[in-house]
Design a protein around this ligand. Structure first.
Ligand code: ZN
Ligand code: ZN
Length: 155
């Protein structure tokens, strides 16, 4: 593990008054600067490599805790929730065949006419869907499809 990541994580734990647990640290190390928009199973698979006894439930809880504290952004209504380390406004292009999500900068700040919404906006997302370049070409290898959601482990 990279020392800088560890330092950054310790700093976050201090701010949030979290215990620096091995599980939180492993999740943080994997998701920070990860622009693949992983889902809970991607994170679980990775963390199990170093912490074999970790449950999918714990990973899920940590990801949502990170989301609640603004370290991640959760993208719902895809195939399964995906987590994004870029929390600032940007657009997403979702390939409906392989599930890959690409980021793109928004061309200009999105503005909503005054009075068009009654309520406070907390989340803005521009999501485009289609078929990515790799899936468009039939002869090239596409990303492995996401495995079906696994049942959670018995405690
Ligand atoms: Zn694709
Ligand atoms: Zn993104």
């Amino acid at each position: 593990m990279n020392e800088a990541i560890y330092q950054r994580f310790q700093e976050i734990c201090r701010q949030q008054r979290w215990k620096c647990t091995a599980q939180r640290l492993a999740v943080f190390a994997y998701v920070h600067d990860n622009d693949d928009h992983p889902d809970v199973d991607d994170v679980w698979r990775e963390v199990k490599g170093t912490l074999p006894s970790v449950t999918r439930e714990s990973i899920y809880r940590i990801l949502n805790e990170f989301t609640d504290h603004g370290l991640l952004r959760r993208l719902d209504h895809v195939t399964s929730a995906r987590y994004d380390c870029q929390v600032g406004p940007h657009g997403h292009f979702l390939c409906t065949r392989c599930g890959q999500i690409q980021d793109f900068p928004l061309p200009e700040p999105v503005t909503v006419p005054r009075g068009a919404i009654s309520g406070d906006v907390e989340h803005l997302e521009l999501r485009l869907t289609g078929i990515c370049k790799r899936c468009r070409k039939p002869q090239t290898k596409t990303r492995k499809p996401k495995p079906a959601i696994q049942e959670k482990e018995e405690p």
